[in-house]
Write a protein that binds this ligand. Structure first.
Ligand code: FA5
Length: 343
């Protein structure tokens, strides 16, 4: 019996040590210590052996039983810990990765240069008492054309061809639609700016995109003149470029202003010598503007006999190009990370 007990002990301890999971450990426990386990059967059979042997064999059996139980406990602990560790290693997520240092700089996003300048412009106008307004990119014919003194038959519609939806709406061609919406919301006197994305059916080149950004502005008060307009435009450009920029005002035709102007700035890419952006002219058309046409005021519910105003539509892409010396407008929508990383 002593030999048999020794063999059970040796086999059980070796099997426990080799067990790779807790299910196997449980099988070993049943095999040796269960109700019909090898060691249990020996303990039960002690009554059949001579009394002089019984005490020694009983003591030995209990000692081996304790040893096996302790080994089972120790190995179960080890396996549980290893299991938890590998689970953590496999499924652990560093939830702090994106919000606190150390995060590699290049992993962080940044504002697109157009958004940066848009926010700068909003701040400049807010400091001059303007409110910021918004409007939808898909517009109705009324807001984009009709209410701006461009009826269906008007040839000025050809200047701004666009993408139409099947239900007769269109992708807005300019942010001027925002000034029409603003006139419905606020009563004079008021000052509003409306930044946004606009769309035109247009072939692209270094200074033309089919999708670009504008900022619309409108001020309505009593006795507004061209002098007010020029003052605000010059203040804006001085703040943006942080220096005096040469500008020129030419007559320009827009059905919604009278008189209308084209405000050009001296090309900052070539210093006025001529390049592909300024089409070799030395000037870049940036800011068309004028005094709001009485028809537009009237359609907006404002009495032109009492109120007058100026309006402008600033081309944001071209402004950003001038500010940062970008020589091709197509970079903005290229999605080229090397371009975007510079800002
Ligand atoms: C207009 O869109 C008028 N709504 C602006 C306006 C508002 C005039 C209020 C008077 C009063 P224009 O089509 O010229 O005008 O566009 C305005 C500016 O948007 C241009 O000076 C130019 O900077 C920019 N722009 C026009 N077309 C493109 C284009 N295809 N790609 C990039 N920028 C453009």
């Amino acid at each position: 019996m002593e030999h048999e007990l020794g063999t059970i002990r040796k086999e059980a301890l070796a099997a426990i040590q080799a067990a790779a999971d807790t299910d196997t450990i449980e099988e070993i426990r049943i095999k040796y210590l269960g109700r019909k386990g090898a060691l249990t059967l020996i303990l039960r059979s002690l009554g059949n052996i001579p009394p002089e042997e019984r005490a020694r064999m009983g003591k030995l059996s209990n000692q081996y039983k304790n040893e096996i139980e302790t080994a089972i406990e120790t190995r179960t602990d080890e396996l549980t810990r290893e299991g938890a560790d590998s689970l953590i290693r496999g499924q652990w997520i560093d939830v702090t990765l994106d919000c606190v240092p150390p995060v590699p700089r290049e992993g962080l996003g940044r504002l697109h240069p157009i958004s940066r300048i848009q926010y700068e412009i909003e701040d400049i106008f807010t400091s001059m008492g303007f409110e910021i307004h918004d409007g939808p990119e898909t517009e109705t014919d009324h807001y984009n054309f009709e209410a701006l003194n461009i009826p269906k038959h008007h040839p000025a519609r050809d200047m701004q061809d666009t993408f139409w939806t099947e239900d007769g709406n269109l992708l807005r061609t300019h942010t001027s639609a925002i000034q029409v919406r603003a006139m419905e919301k606020v009563k004079p006197p008021f000052r509003v700016v409306g930044p946004g994305r606009v769309f035109r059916y247009e072939s692209t080149d270094a200074s033309h995109e089919n999708t670009f950004y504008q900022v619309e502005g409108m001020m309505v008060d009593r006795e507004i003149t061209v002098a007010h307009l020029i003052y605000v435009m010059k203040e804006l450009l001085k703040e943006i470029f942080q220096r005096d920029v040469s500008v020129r005002l030419r007559p320009g035709y827009f059905p919604f202003v009278e008189p209308g102007f084209e405000l050009d700035i001296n090309c900052l890419i070539c210093g006025g010598n001529g390049c592909s952006v300024c089409k070799q002219s030395g000037w870049v058309e940036l800011l068309p503007c004028g005094l709001v046409h009485p028809n537009v005021l009237r359609m907006g519910g404002i009495d032109p006999g009492q109120w007058s105003g100026f309006a402008f539509g600033l081309g944001l892409n071209r402004l950003v190009m001038m500010k940062y010396g970008i020589n091709d407008i197509r970079h903005f929508l290229s999605g080229d990370i090397r371009f975007l990383k510079q800002f």
